[in-house]
Design a protein around this ligand. Sequence first.
Ligand code: ZN
Length: 380
Amino acid sequence: MIAPHGGKLILRTADSQVEAELREEAKALRHLTLTGRELNDLALIGNGACSPLAGFMTREEYDPVVASMRLANGLPWSIPVVFAVDREEAPTPGSRAALYDGDGELRGVIEVEDVFEYDKRREARNVYRTEDENHPGVAALYERKEVLIGGPVWVLAGERDPASLSPTQTRAEFERRGWKTIVGFQTRNPVHRAHEYIQKCALEIVDGLLLHPLVGETKGDDIPAEVRMRCYRTLLENYYPADRVLLSTMPAAMRYAGPREAIFHAMIRKNYGCTHFIVGRDHAGVGSYYGTYDAQKMFDEFDPDELGITPLKFENSFYCRRCQQMGSKKTCSHDVENHVSLSGTKVREMLRAGQLPPPEFSRPEVAQILIDASRETASA
Ligand SMILES: [Zn+2]
């Protein structure tokens, strides 16, 4: 089994005894409310997915991550994992504060080590490669409150979602299934034929696939997680061998930070026990902020040993009528007019109009779910 990032899983979820103590203690602590994104990060810290992080980043961790994609100890880490508050509500370093969600439910406690100012424009330039507020990740960054609080957290277990396995659970499941090599597939979209092809190419050479949809906060126009889960289950039932795939959700928020987020996604999947990670075209990108293969190139900026997990880099793929199969420009020599490819906008238009895209583009069972879902949304 592959070692977690930094050597071991750092688990910060409180057991029932600690939880009872935290609930009692929280009554006397400063009350801080987390955003949806911060709650997503808190869940990942709690279950070990963000190992070696034990909490929200202090300045000592944040600065080198923003500047050079490394934690203070030199380990690769590409995305800030931070908690922001208004200046007037900031607790004193050395104190503890209680962490609540928007509904007023206690979700954890932070041991405040550091309270610090940060430069949003610098973070935007370095992490997102743009200061443009039209970029959804940059927009979320600009909306963040003004000071950051760093320090270890304890996270309450909360309601257990059976569709969301923790790194400890995926690792146990891989072991039970006897998988030694596992490829992780990050997605925030329904899986169409192109992605199915890439996953199956990978499955020809590794033992198992972790289909790992992101279900934290995404852009408003992304397809809801619950609809995507129906698509994945239907696709797997109809077209994949059941004993070669594990479907589990991943509670991270989407940053759309392209290359840097690809590294982040890979480190997280390493913690879940994946040995390989699929990096396709414009991974975690949005609009035209990143070059098609920038995310793949980002992996070359690190020593493979310090990343540990192996990126599997895939080109844009499509069905070719001449080849009569799926392929990419690595495997098909024919002109684009032989290729069945549709823009995302075109596909959405067809689905809204109740039309099935060509079966070479999308499995009809999956497309039907999307058509039904777009009608439900339209009538809602
Ligand atoms: Zn061809």
